[in-house]
Design a protein around this ligand. Structure first.
Ligand code: URA
Length: 192
């Protein structure tokens, strides 16, 4: 649909740099867009920028991001091959969870990224990503590790890497989920 995805994404990004659709923009340093390979089949969605992301203007660069990098490396999925974004693009005050209203307003940006990139797989990192996209009442504990298909895209919810930093026991489940992601990703990559 968009032969030049880079240009389209850049145009889209510029359009929202000065977004003021909700009050989060007034309290953050900058709008943190997704980043990565716009031609990827695999996209990751987190909650929203934290302190490090707010300063650096890039998603998943703080402690949770460093853990995500390690998991990706262990799963042999290079970060530069995927696209990583968030449900909200502005850091909520004190890193609180974004409200349903804030998520709804910001969904225009995530939906735009998905429309341009057209991934085949979207991994939802944590309950906010799950609730902000496919199921407002979804429970990450009950839904993690299970595939859901919507609009031709395979969604897989798993725990947020930040949750693993708080509770190491979740690591085993996340590793099981990443093995599934790798398998489906490789099958899709191999079929094209
Ligand atoms: N947590 C998130 O959900 N997203 C980030 O970009 C960083 C931490």
């Amino acid at each position: 649909m968009f032969p030049d995805k880079e240009a389209k994404l850049e145009e889209f990004r510029k359009e929202y740099l000065s977004c003021s659709r909700c009050h989060l923009r007034a309290g953050c340093t900058q709008v943190v867009f997704g980043e990565g390979n716009p031609h990827t089949k695999l996209m990751f969605v987190g909650e929203g920028p934290g302190g490090d992301e707010d300063i650096q203007g890039r998603p998943f660069v703080g402690k949770a991001g460093q853990l995500l990098d390690k998991i990706l490396e262990a799963a042999e999925i290079p970060r530069k091959k995927v696209y990583i974004s968030n449900v909200v693009k502005c850091r909520p005050p004190y890193n609180r969870k974004p409200t349903p209203e804030e998520m709804k307003k910001c969904l225009t940006i995530l939906a735009g990224e998905i429309l341009i990139i057209r991934p085949k797989i979207i991994v939802l990192l944590g309950s906010t990503a799950l609730q902000g996209t496919i199921d407002p009442k979804g429970s990450i504990t009950r839904m993690r590790g299970k595939w859901f298909e919507k609009a031709g895209i395979k969604f897989l919810p798993t725990y947020h890497p930040g949750a693993l930093l708080r509770d190491e026991r979740k690591k085993r489940d996340v590793w099981e989920d990443f093995k599934k992601i790798r398998e489906v990703y490789r099958a899709i990559e191999g079929s094209e």
